[in-house]
Every structure is written in C-alpha cells, then in structure tokens.
Design a protein around this ligand. Sequence first.
Ligand SMILES: Cc1ncc(COP(=O)(O)O)c(C=O)c1O
Length: 399
Amino acid sequence: MVGAPLNKTSLPSANGTRTTTTLSSNSVLALNTGDPTVFEPFWQKMGDKCDVLIRGSDLMSYYSDKNNVCWFLEPELGDAIKRLHGVVGNAVTDDRHIVLGTGSTQLFQALLYALTAPAASEPDEPVSVVSSAPYYSLYPEMIEILHSGLYKWAGDAYTFNEDGGPYIEVVNSPNNPDGTHREAVVNGDKGKVIYDFAYYWPQYTAITSAADHDIMLFTLSKCTGHAGSRIGWALVKDKDIAEKMTDYIAISSIGVSKESQVRAVKVIGVLCDGCENDGLVESENFFEFSRNLMAKRWQKLREALKHSECFTLSKHPRQHCLFTGEFTKTLPAFAWLKSKEGIEDCNEFLRGLKIAGRGGKAFGVDPIFARVSMLSREDEFNQFIERLVVATKGISNGH
Ligand SMILES: Cc1ncc(COP(=O)(O)O)c(C=O)c1O
C-alpha cells in the first residue's frame, strides 16, 4: 500500500503547498513512501513557465486520436514523451506504441492482463509473476489483490522453479528499494519481461545506454516529481499487447485525464527546453539541479552513518553517463538500510526514532533491512538525518 501520510503537521493544502512548514521533534517522519516532493523547489523556480490554461469547453471528449492504438493519448503528449527520451537518451522510442496510464501503476496492471489473457474463454493455469528480491513491494500487492485466475505472484525470481511454462519477470532498474542495476535472471523460453524504468533518469543513475526492450514502463512521478498528475507510459513493441493494454485501461478508467496530459506536455516541454538550451543557467536544467540535490542528500546520509553502530549502507557504482558525459554516482531514491548485529528488526528500530520506513519483509527479504525515502521535502530529510545522528550518538554514549 502507498499508505496515508503519517505526519498530520505536513498535510498539503488544496493547491498542493504546505499548510505548515515546521516539524516538531515528536512528529513521525513519514518516509515510508517515495513521494517525490524533493523536486518542488525546481518547479517553484520555474515560476509561471509551467502554467496551463484550460477553458471550460476544452478537452471534453473521451477521445484524443481515434487513429492511434492508444486512442486516449493526446498526440502532443506522445510527441513530448518521444522528445524527452531523445533528450535524455534513456530509451528507444522508434517502432514502439506509447500506451498511457494513470501512473505506471495502472500500466503494470494493464500488462498483467495483456500478457496473460487467454485467446480462448477458458483460462489456463494462472501465470507466475516473479521479480528478484528485494523487489518493489507493490508488485505482489497489485498481483494478489484480485486473486486473479490469470496470474499469480510467485516471489523471488532467483529461486523461481522455471519448468518451461509461461511466466512473467519484472525487472526494475535501478531497483526500488536498493538502487541496484538489474537484468532478467530467469531467461526461460516462454518468459515475458516487463522492464520497469521508473528510476532510469539522470538524477538517480548514469544513463549507460538507450534501453531497447519489448516492454518498458516509465512514470512522470519519478522523472519530474509530478506524482500527483498520475501520468505513466509504456513503450511497447508488439501491437497486440499495446491494444490489449489499451482495452484494459478503457475498461478500468476509459482513458487518462486530459488535464493531467496537458500539464505533463507543459512540464516535459519546459524540462527539455532547459536541458537543450546551453545558454540557460545551471539551475534551469532540471536533471543537473535534481542530481545536485540528490548528491547532497546522499553525502549527508553517508556522513551521518559513517560511525553508526546501528546501520550500514551498501556502496553504489560510478558509471559513465551518456547524458552528462561524466562518470556519475548512482544516487538512489531510497536509502536501503541494513541494521547491525543486535538489531533484528530495522524498521522497528527506525520506528523508535519516529522514522516511518518500510521493513525488508515487504520487499521479500529479511527484517534486518528497511527502506527509507530520500525524496521527501528538505525539512523532513534534515530531521531524518538529525535523528540518525542522535541515535548513533545515543548508542556510543551507552544510552
Ligand atoms: C518501481 C516503481 N514502479 C512504479 C511505480 C509507480 O509509479 P506511478 O504509479 O506513480 O507512476 C513506483 C512508485 O513508487 C515505483 O517505485
């Protein structure tokens, strides 16, 4: 579950800005979800550049382009998505269908349907869906919620007993929760692979090649930070799969909000202009700005845990990034903490510090691990660091 915010002092107002900005030392830090509010300062800097005007008579139809497989995708958004991938260089868009979803969450469910719906009316055995642990905790939740006869969650891809039958493997790279770079591990003849590239953007990782797989998922949520717009897209080679996904979304929500699409076109356009226009100051290049933010946060976190007797963090590689032209560090969206000897439940320990994370079990691994978001607002992040430092000092003082 994404879960409700735990910290009532930070509830957003109707226009999405904070009603209060102070966190008391007693409040629980809700870092259990990856709500990407860290990027708000960039878009605040953009002032009115991303404003959109939508008149009462605009965008009233269900349809956007009846000639397109994904008939509810506004053509301008399709163009903006292609431009974005062209600017970043993280995915091939040629000879692909773009299927739009209400977040990539809906597209994942559309794919489960599209890849398992039988041609005949009688379903076969449910198709196993696997992902290497630690895996994104929502995969099993989304698969199990309906007790579907079409597919079933079969857990960790590393331990999956592939028997020559059909299966689906989900590859999330860089991976939520641990930021590692992933490839498919089962490699059976009848397997279909869904590549979830939610975090394959330059603020989190080096862009090492343009991904060129049959089925790839992306989301605006983790790219620009506009999670509230609920825009995700799939790049799909096979027309039949793209059509089935479109059918699923038509039945589930008859398309995707046109207002959200218009906003996404604007935001992506401003982002691409900022990246392409060398004359602009550094702070107008979203990926430079957001990489710097993430780098500062990771530096603070590593510093805070340097002498910690409670937690360890794994190291992440430095790779050559085709987007920046430099060797860059992986800067994951989540801290994947491992508790040291004597602390059996990392998440419980964090709870004692009034930090709400998500425990290892939800990701298919031991409770000595826990995930904490690195994408919160600045004051929450600073509190997180302060509490880690206090915990470290407390233990070294024998408290
Ligand atoms: C790995 C991964 N995939 C998909 C999503 C879903 O993103 P959205 O539904 O906001 O597009 C998330 C969100 O946290 C994620 O971490």
